[in-house]
Design a protein around this ligand. Structure first.
Ligand code: AMP
Ligand code: ZN
Length: 112
């Protein structure tokens, strides 16, 4: 499949890896929007948050467990935001499920 994040997950396109296991990869965003900005993706292709089903949802829980661990390791004591843009109105630009983790500055709410 011609998918950027599938290729990153497979190591076919390089990334600045933060953490990896059999099922997911965490890597730094190429265009950071905060002092800390990394992405967590399942290694299997899921197109977005609208494609989560009873069959594939376990990875989402695992992703959040890993985010909590990484936040601890990175010392994100001031807090962090987890975002998954889904579809055109949300500005999803890569059609492979990913969770942005943003931290290191005060984050405005609501988003634009
Ligand atoms: P979204 O716009 O929510 O779909 O998020 C996609 C994110 O992927 C953006 O924040 C991009 O900066 C990021 N991105 C695109 N290509 C790469 C890449 N090769 N390595 C790391 N991050 C990337
Ligand atoms: Zn993919």
């Amino acid at each position: 499949m011609d998918c950027l994040f599938c290729k990153i997950a497979a190591g076919e396109i390089p990334s600045k890896k933060l953490f990896e296991d059999d099922t997911l990869l965490a890597f730094y965003d190429i265009d950071p929007q905060a002092p800390v900005h990394f992405l967590v993706i399942p290694k299997t292709h899921i197109s977005g948050a609208d494609a989560i089903t009873p069959e594939n949802s376990a990875i989402v829980a695992h992703i959040y467990e890993v985010i909590a661990q990484l936040a601890g390791q990175l010392g994100l004591t001031g807090g962090f935001r987890v975002v998954s843009n889904c579809g055109a109105d949300a500005g999803q630009s890569v059609p492979h499920l990913h969770f942005h983790v943003l931290a290191g500055r005060s984050l405005a709410w609501p988003p634009g």
